[in-house]
Write a protein that binds this ligand. Structure first.
Ligand SMILES: Cc1cc2nc3c(=O)[nH]c(=O)nc-3n(C[C@H](O)[C@H](O)[C@H](O)COP(=O)(O)OP(=O)(O)OC[C@H]3O[C@@H](n4cnc5c(N)ncnc54)[C@H](O)[C@@H]3O)c2cc1C
Length: 385
């Protein structure tokens, strides 16, 4: 077993860390509170090749894998810039289009995703389906060569920043779920969006989408064959779980680093730091252990995925997502406590992450649905639903 990164991965990690620190959490929060996006950071990361690390070189990417993209997600988050759209655009959309799109779709979309000039967001969740995607109600009907898409989607991240949305629908002519993915322009007639007010300090927004007979040309269908739908949908899942886990682990590291720097110097009982009290230090140490354990599982999952071992990567990726989501929530909460009143200020930049890490236990797949997956696929238990 090798626990070391390659030299190139090490260099990538250091370079992304430097970029993240150049912007930092203050920038992230300032943008969020002003209702703006982290455009400068996104474009610089794109120019430096970090957004396209997992995209093949022939489409302008770095030719690496999900391991490299996980490093990017983790290091930006560890610098206080957890960018959810990294999970949506390069991890999900680029993987789906690269693996299951047509050559024409790859040529049209991947270079822009690689250099950051384009974003494609991802819409699967629906108000009446939620965790149960077998109940998807967004329907695609044929109209001549075109498709007409009708339905509703909820909590869709980044629609205001993206040129296209990868929409998961099902085709009308099949009785059972037969998913089909469509690349839908965000300005398509018949598509309305409404921003949701969320209790998360983030420059990225969530939207409710209404699709009312959105007309799409035949080549909007990913892969241009209805059989491509299910494998295309599953292709996005492992990269999504692994990169969102990496973002959570980075956020956990950021919070622990902030808190331990504070507790090592803060003195309120004579000459000793508050960190010398085990009641303060042990919870931080415990959180650090949880984050590090999650990181091990993240890079195990990424390594398996990049080796083409999808089924094993599915188990590890789900476990990594669960572990990292829990560890990040614990780390941020513990950090807030260790900072006392300062923990709740905007200035110290820890409580600003409470909403995001809480959401990380719900999205993109909830902790309960991961436990269901592990119970069924690892422990061979019957399904209750
Ligand atoms: C910040 C944020 C960003 C998001 N971005 C996107 C995005 O870009 N694109 C997108 O498509 N979606 C997005 N989502 C949606 C997210 O994926 C869903 O919220 C999530 O999958 C849960 O679905 P739901 O909210 O409908 O919960 P529900 O399915 O209604 O579930 C509610 C609760 O019940 C639990 N539950 C449900 N069924 C079971 C069961 N069988 N066993 C045990 N527990 C169960 C769930 O775990 C959850 O705790 C985002 C959500 C958030 C919060």
């Amino acid at each position: 077993m090798n626990v070391d990164l390659t030299e190139e991965q090490d260099q990538l990690r250091d370079a992304v860390r430097a970029l993240g620190r150049k912007y930092g959490h203050d920038y992230f929060v300032r943008k969020a509170k002003a209702g703006e996006h982290t455009t400068e950071l996104w474009h610089e990361a794109g120019r430096l090749g970090y957004l396209g690390v997992n995209i093949p070189t022939e489409y302008g990417g770095g030719g690496g894998g999900i391991t490299e993209l996980a490093l990017v997600c983790e290091e930006l988050a560890a610098a206080g810039c957890p960018l959810l759209l990294l999970v949506v655009s390069p991890a999900i959309a680029a993987t789906v289009i690269n693996k299951h799109g047509t050559e024409e779709q790859r040529k049209r979309h991947l270079p822009g995703l690689a250099d950051g000039s384009q974003k494609i967001v991802f819409a699967i969740t629906e108000p009446d389906a939620g965790s149960n995607f077998h109940r998807l109600g967004t329907v695609a009907r044929r109209d001549g060569d075109d498709w007409l898409l009708t339905g509703r989607k909820v909590y869709i991240s980044g629609v205001d920043e993206a040129g296209h949305i990868l929409v998961v629908a099902r085709t009308e002519d099949t009785g059972k779920l037969k998913p089909a993915l469509f690349i839908v322009p965000t300005d398509a007639p018949g598509l309305e969006k409404s921003r949701l007010e969320m209790e998360i300090v983030s420059p990225e927004n969530q939207f409710l989408l209404y699709l009312d007979d959105v007309r799409l040309p035949a080549d909007a269908l990913v892969g241009q064959s209805l059989d491509a739908g299910l494998p295309a949908l599953f292709a996005g899942l492992n990269p999504e779980r692994i990169t969102v886990a990496a973002m959570s682990a980075g956020t956990g590291r950021y919070a622990i680093e902030k808190a331990s720097a504070y507790t090592a110097t803060r003195k309120v009982w004579g000459g000793r730091s508050i960190g010398s009290h085990q009641g303060v230090a042990h919870p931080l140490a415990h959180a650090a252990v949880q984050v590090e354990l999650a990181r091990l599982m993240i890079y195990k999952a990424a390594t398996l995925y990049d080796a083409g071992r999808d089924l094993e990567a599915g188990v590890s990726g789900n476990m990594a997502k669960y572990a990292a989501g829990e560890a990040a929530a614990l780390a941020v909460d513990t950090a807030v406590q260790a900072l006392g009143g300062a923990g709740m200020t905007t200035e110290y930049g820890v409580a600003t992450l409470l909403g995001a890490v809480r959401a990380g236990r719900i999205a993109p797949v909830s902790r309960e649905m991961i436990l269901n997956f592990v119970a069924q696929h690892v422990l061979h238990q019957d399904k209750s639903y």
